[in-house]
Design a protein around this ligand. Structure first.
Ligand SMILES: Cc1cc2nc3c(=O)[nH]c(=O)nc-3n(C[C@H](O)[C@H](O)[C@H](O)COP(=O)(O)OP(=O)(O)OC[C@H]3O[C@@H](n4cnc5c(N)ncnc54)[C@H](O)[C@@H]3O)c2cc1C
Length: 462
């Protein structure tokens, strides 16, 4: 059989290893034409923020080099994918389009439109990717989506057992058989995608992160070799570097949950003792939160812009511009909040415990709409992820799935005592917090908490 040429469309699967679309293209094509299309208009209102674009730029540069080592040229485009894909197929004379699926509802709609447009002319091959199971496939006994995490976890956890499912073998090492490479004249240089802001604020991110799948694999190795042992106990302590920091790598598909599970398997089996096994299990629970978030967004696509619970519509929230600015700049006068917001601004990341404290303060003590906070995170986080961010914010604000009860208002002072008792985290990000002229808190914590609870009570009973 004569093999056709394949256009291999990279999206958020910026890796060589464990990449089903790449493997298929290499195995089944006479020539492979890898492409990446920057199409922020198609992602609105959640077009990639500034920190994400910084990551994307570097990740694409590294992927380009990796593909070049295999003799393949990554082509860059900017614009409307629905128009560009047919043009690229025509120019390259390809007989197939291959890609790994995305699950955000508007991305799936776009992909189906493209598929419909071209499926009579060429073969379209797509693969599940980026999650343990495609969203929508893990349902409760009534065949309905889960709205609460724990039963979702109980259902999915046994399905992950290697001995039962046999589906996680050693992930593929990436395109062993290299077909012919083709270069298209229409491709642009990476720089012309203009992913990097002209303002050089993003330069500081490079001192905290190295994007790309090689670094993802190194981090996974470091984490499984040592840090994981303390994860169960230390994962809530923001001053200690005990979480994996794999979130941006997972978001951009530089590493897959399957690769992580495979690396964790010996730990889960107890090879390094009961402590490490428990810690690995706790870590797996976090990955399953990610899986849950993606399922929630898939079943309830409106939750990226609307509260899951319709009671909390716009008029529930208050407008307070100056308080929002103080929060975003880390100038609230509450050291743990200011430390978190400064960590975010400096590094593009914030510890999960502190994400919960700062989001509770914004939505409950200040009464500001969770969407304003989610938008700020979206622009500043290197791991900004629509499913995780929407669920995280709605969970804390009390208006989402499996939401924290309305009366749970994280008290920043108590949280500091519990999770940063020696002020090590705060000292790092706001070294001046102990001085007498440190600004006073912008709100009184006790009275703003009481007001918040009254407001929530009123809305729930009305
Ligand atoms: C208000 C708020 C907003 C958030 N926004 C995002 C976001 O935009 N992108 C994002 O990836 N995470 C988000 N999270 C979840 C969590 O804070 C981060 O995933 C975590 O801090 C990333 O650090 P890590 O990789 O070291 O985590 P680890 O503790 O090492 O966890 C491993 C992986 O599990 C997943 N995970 C961990 N906790 C959660 C969680 N609560 N929900 C969903 N997945 C989880 C992540 O993919 C993470 O990389 C948010 C949480 C809150 C409270």
């Amino acid at each position: 059989m004569i093999k056709a040429r394949s256009v291999l469309w990279f999206r958020r699967d910026l890796r060589i290893h464990d990449n089903a679309a790449l493997d298929w293209a290499c195995e089944n094509s006479a020539a492979v034409i890898p492409v990446y299309i920057h199409s922020p208009e198609e992602e609105r209102p959640w077009a990639p923020g500034a920190a994400s674009r910084w990551w994307l730029h570097h990740s694409l540069a590294l992927l380009q080099n990796k593909l070049a080592d295999k003799g393949l040229t990554l082509h860059f485009y900017s614009g409307n994918s629905e128009e560009l894909i047919p043009k690229i197929i025509a120019e390259s004379k390809a007989g197939s389009l291959v890609y790994n699926r995305l699950y955000e509802p508007h991305m799936q709609d776009r992909d189906s439109r493209i598929e419909k447009k071209i499926e009579d002319e060429i073969e379209v091959v797509s693969f599940d990717s980026g999650l343990f199971f495609p969203p929508g496939t893990v349902l409760n006994n009534q065949q309905l989506p889960y709205r609460v995490y724990t039963p979702f976890y109980r259902k999915i956890r046994p399905l992950l057992s290697v001995s039962q499912s046999q589906q996680y073998s050693q992930p593929s090492s990436g395109c062993s058989k290299v077909p012919e490479s083709i270069s298209l004249s229409s491709g642009l240089p990476l720089k012309s995608l203009a992913l990097l802001d002209e303002h050089s604020w993003h330069e500081k991110l490079a001192s905290h992160w190295l994007p790309g799948e090689d670094r993802a694999c190194e981090l996974l190795d470091e984490f499984t070799d040592s840090a994981v042992e303390h994860y169960e106990i230390e994962r809530d302590i923001p001053a200690v570097d005990s979480t994996s920091r794999l979130s941006p790598y997972l978001h951009f598909g530089e590493i897959t949950p399957q690769q992580i599970y495979f690396a964790f398997w010996p730990l889960l089996e107890g090879e390094r003792g009961a402590g490490a096994s428990r810690s690995a299990e706790v870590f797996l629970k976090q990955l399953i939160w990610r899986e849950f978030a993606h399922n929630v967004l898939w079943h309830f696509p409106e939750t990226s812009t609307k509260p899951m619970n319709p009671r909390y519509k716009k008029k529930f929230w208050r407008s307070n511009k100056s308080a929002f600015i103080a929060w975003s700049k880390g100038e609230t006068g509450i050291p743990i909040i200011d430390a978190g917001m400064k960590q975010l601004w400096e590094t593009g990341w914030m510890h999960n415990r502190v994400r919960m404290i700062v989001s509770s303060f914004l939505t409950k003590n200040l009464g500001i709409n969770w969407l304003d906070g989610a938008s700020w995170f979206w622009d500043t986080l290197v791991d900004a992820d629509l499913a995780n961010n929407s669920m995280g914010w709605q969970w804390v604000a009390g208006c989402g799935v499996d939401a924290a009860p309305y009366y749970r208002v994280f008290n920043p002072i108590t949280q500091t005592r519990r999770f940063d008792s020696k002020f090590s985290y705060i000292d790092t990000w706001v070294p001046g917090h102990a001085v007498s002229d440190y600004p006073h808190p912008i709100v009184d914590l006790a009275s703003s908490r009481d007001e918040a609870i009254q407001r929530y009570k009123h809305y729930i009973s009305s």
